[in-house]
Design a protein around this ligand. Structure first.
Ligand SMILES: Nc1nc2c(ncn2[C@@H]2O[C@H](COP(=O)(O)OP(=O)(O)O)[C@@H](O)[C@H]2O)c(=O)[nH]1
Ligand SMILES: [Mg+2]
Length: 269
């Protein structure tokens, strides 16, 4: 068999598990730290550490700016990151394998460099058929954030009071939000006053920002508009969060329509 035939025959096996995300499906990728319970216990304050959150923000930023995929919204809470792709993102023919491995590789490398030890994040994709499900997805992750934050605050408050792992877990088992809020309140913590990033997570998206610059040729100060990645540590919740996510998606879709009509505006981006 000549090499070309051999090559084609072998590639058939390699490509036998390849899947592509169907056209028109919205793509959301979620990365999650592997074994981060152990790693965070060793290096970070419990239940929350601003340094850990800042690290996850920097990993999100790296994925949004340097992965080669057009990501229009990044959301991070706890040890996870969700990325919403631009609807017309067709890189690598929307191959699941390429998206997962590229994103997991970049996130793992960035987090390892920041921590100074090898850590990894996995990646999975949710292809979502409509905007309502994109809203549902992000609302779901935000509700997960809220529940984990409330539970984490209770658990570590009890542990710091002297409760064992087992005792703290059994006190909280099967209890609702009211019980947990009350438990904290009795100990002088108003859960609603804890930082918003802990209860809601944080978002990153592009925003038009005006920058003042100096033109050395004319000696004038000029104002230019630039699309910059903006970190929002006070994102809304519930229905307002759903509307916020849809606005980001619809703005991207409208921009695309606008840029076809006015090609000169596209150059400004
Ligand atoms: N100490 C600390 N731990 C955190 C922080 N944010 C998230 N974590 C932990 O990260 C872990 C994430 O959960 P999960 O992905 O299910 O655990 P994994 O399978 O060990 O990665 C939980 O144990 C959280 O308590 C933080 O700010 N500080
Ligand atoms: Mg994890």
């Amino acid at each position: 068999m000549n090499f070309d035939d051999f090559d084609a025959a072998m590639r058939t096996y390699e490509q036998s598990l390849d899947q592509k995300i169907l056209p028109k499906m919205y793509i959301v990728a979620r990365l999650d730290g592997r074994g981060f319970t152990k790693m965070t216990n060793e290096h970070f304050e419990k239940p929350f550490d601003e340094r850990f959150k800042n690290m996850m923000v920097e990993v999100t930023r790296e994925l949004m700016k340097n992965s080669g995929f057009r990501v229009i919204y990044g959301y991070t809470q706890s040890d996870e990151i969700s990325l919403l792709f631009a609807p017309d993102e067709n890189s690598f023919g929307r191959k699941v394998r390429k998206i997962n491995t590229t994103l997991a590789g970049i996130a793992s490398a960035k987090a390892s460099l920041m921590l100074g030890e090898v850590v990894s994040l996995d990646c999975r994709i949710a292809p979502l058929p409509n905007k309502k499900l994109v809203e549902d997805y992000f609302s779901w992750r935000q509700q997960d954030c809220f529940r984990n934050a409330l539970n984490g605050w209770c658990y570590w408050t009890l542990r710091k009071e002297g409760a064992s792992r087992r005792q703290a877990t059994s006190i909280l088992a099967g209890k609702g939000d009211d019980f947990k809020n009350e438990l904290l309140f009795e100990r002088g913590v108003n859960f609603n006053d804890t930082p918003a990033w802990q209860r809601r997570g944080v978002g990153l998206y592009y925003k038009e920002i005006e920058r003042e610059g100096y033109n050395p040729k004319t000696g004038e100060t000029v104002v230019s508009k630039r699309n910059e990645l903006f970190l929002d540590e006070d994102i809304p919740c519930r229905q307002k969060y759903r509307d916020f996510v849809t606005t980001i998606l619809e703005t991207t879709e409208q921009d695309k329509v606008g840029s076809k009509d006015q090609p000169e505006e596209k150059e400004m981006e």
